[in-house]
Design a protein around this ligand. Sequence first.
Ligand SMILES: O=P(O)(O)OC[C@H]1O[C@](O)(CO)[C@@H](O)[C@@H]1O
Length: 239
Amino acid sequence: MYLIKVNSYQEMSDKAADILFDVITSKERPVIGLATGSTPEGTYKALSDKLNSSTVDQSKITTFNLDEYVGLDRNHNQSYAYYMNENFFNHVSIPEENINLLNGKAADEEEEVKSYEEKIDEQGLDIQLLGIGRNGHIAFNEPGTSFDSLTHAVELTEETIEDNSRFFDDKESVPSRALSMGLKSIMKAKKILILINGENKKEALSELLNGVVTEENPASILNNHPDVTIIADSAAIGE
Ligand SMILES: O=P(O)(O)OC[C@H]1O[C@](O)(CO)[C@@H](O)[C@@H]1O
């Protein structure tokens, strides 16, 4: 794993956007995996600015998102579909048909996750962007998730519900389930870029870097991937 140290949120966002942009410009039809959460918001701003001031043909870009809450309509202001529109898709010209998002209101959940994984396999991910939860979760893969997991439905932990309640009116309004790409799905990406900032992610970063690979720490699977870049700020590194 390659660790890039940064001193600010802006620097992290700019570096991440540069890496995503490089992958986009190196492929005829780039396929990029995207993440939600507060961490990548700046990256989306920087990446949309870069794309819009370049000659990149955005109609060739395909995206896959990691996860979505179960039960939230895509127009709900806390759905990840809404987040992606607000933070990225509304600011770029990637065609709607190239945007892949899990449907948290799918009538047939089994079919939804199965067909999503099939699409990932057909298209292949050139890069997957990730954030990390305090408990080491990546996407919505909570501690204890099998390293062999493909896209699946998950029960959220109390800790994740607590962390995400800041975006909802109250804790009770946070959905308790989600659809999420699995750990094996994420590992299929040719390249992985993970962003870790803030003191509250210090432990998650050190657990990732200590080299112990265990299903109790979902992010630790990244130690088994040949091309992972971590961008972390000094607060998360503890300097
Ligand atoms: O970037 P944040 O808001 O700290 O979230 C961390 C992680 O938690 C999630 O939002 C899910 O709870 C992930 O999508 C994200 O990577």
